[in-house]
Design a binder for this molecule. Structure first.
Ligand SMILES: Nc1nc2c(ncn2[C@@H]2O[C@H](COP(=O)(O)OP(=O)(O)O)[C@@H](O)[C@H]2O)c(=O)[nH]1
Ligand SMILES: [Mg+2]
Ligand SMILES: [Zn+2]
Length: 297
């Protein structure tokens, strides 16, 4: 007679997955071929039999994040994510265009974004100017936090945002993502040791996409190498959807397929002229549209 359990995939290797049950027990499970591939963050039902533990069912996903592999094919890596922390830093300096790109992705996936400006300790006299660059996002209603992994400023507020959620950090290399993870998960080495033991595969490495628990509540999925999460093929309408301030103008331009460039009677450019839409945001919108159309075969 088989026993059954439910849990969450905290790491998924090519063959097996490690599933954590509600009591925090780790189970190394093989997925039955019929259930498909489980990903980090998946909720699953598994069976325990004399022959081993098997994932019998992957419960319905809220979402599935993907990124391109070395052959530029989109590959899923994390499921059931509900917070995307878009990490930028004072140094290396950030381009708002990158933030806009991640916001389109978050809006498309319907995952709450949060913008974290790191390394505020390096801002010196530019502190207010750096913070002001993010005002546009505050005005749009996005959560914006700033601080420093080095000085500790702002980290409590950031950590509190993870409560009851599964978050993921995205951002360019060098902005402080790894440092932040070390700060948010102080016992990370212990956890890695426990995962290594559960996998029986020797040392678990941080190159595997892994779900960690934050001491104050909430989870963080760490996935190395999520650089620019590619947008995949999005239609102009989908990109427009990612610029939330453009949504009210849907259908307001003279031409239904208006790209808000030089078309007559463009409601979006009129809004820019009235100061209701930030010109830099419209510029980002055009850049993303261009990239998408250039991508198409
Ligand atoms: N001054 C300062 N340096 C930081 C801060 N956070 C990270 N760093 C440094 O920035 C560099 C890159 O950090 P890392 O965590 O590897 O960035 P990642 O590439 O995004 O994972 C390292 O030398 C860190 O010590 C911070 O808040 N202030
Ligand atoms: Mg790193
Ligand atoms: Zn228009």
């Amino acid at each position: 007679m088989a026993e059954y359990g439910t849990g969450r995939v905290v790491v998924s290797y090519s063959q097996d997955s490690i599933v954590e049950d509600a009591d925090g027990m780790l189970h190394r499970c093989t997925a039955r071929r019929s259930v498909g591939k489980p990903y980090c963050g998946d909720m699953v039902r598994f069976s325990v039999q004399a022959g081993g533990k098997a994932i019998e069912e992957i419960l319905p996903r809220r979402n599935l994040l993907a990124r391109p592999n070395y052959r530029n094919e989109l590959r899923p890596f994390a499921a059931n994510v509900d917070l995307v922390v878009i990490t930028v830093a004072v140094k290396p300096p950030f381009e708002t265009m990158l933030i806009d790109r991640y916001l389109v992705l978050a809006e498309q996936l319907e995952i709450e974004p949060l913008i974290w400006l790191n390394k505020l300790d390096l801002a010196g006299g530019e502190r207010d100017a750096e913070l002001a660059r993010l005002d546009v996002y505050r005005r749009l209603g996005y959560r914006v936090l700033a601080g420093s992994v080095r000085s500790g400023e702002g980290l409590d507020a950031l950590e509190a945002c993870f409560k009851g959620k599964t978050g993921i950090l995205v951002g360019q290399s060098g902005v402080g993502k790894s440092s932040l993870i070390q700060r948010l998960i102080p016992n990370i080495e212990l956890r890695i040791g426990a995962l290594s033991e559960a996998s029986g595969l020797g040392r678990h490495t941080t190159t595997e996409t892994t779900l960690y628990h934050l001491p104050g509540g909430g989870d963080l999925i760490d996935s190395p190498g999520i650089r620019t999460l590619r947008l995949g093929h999005l239609s102009p309408a989908q990109i427009a959807h990612g610029f939330i301030e453009l949504r009210p103008f849907q259908g307001q331009c003279r031409f239904a397929d208006c790209r808000h460039l030089a078309e007559p009677d463009c409601a979006v450019r009129a809004a820019v002229e009235r100061g209701e839409v930030e010109p830099a945001r419209l510029q980002s919108f055009h850049t993303l549209l261009q990239e998408e159309t250039a991508d198409r075969p």
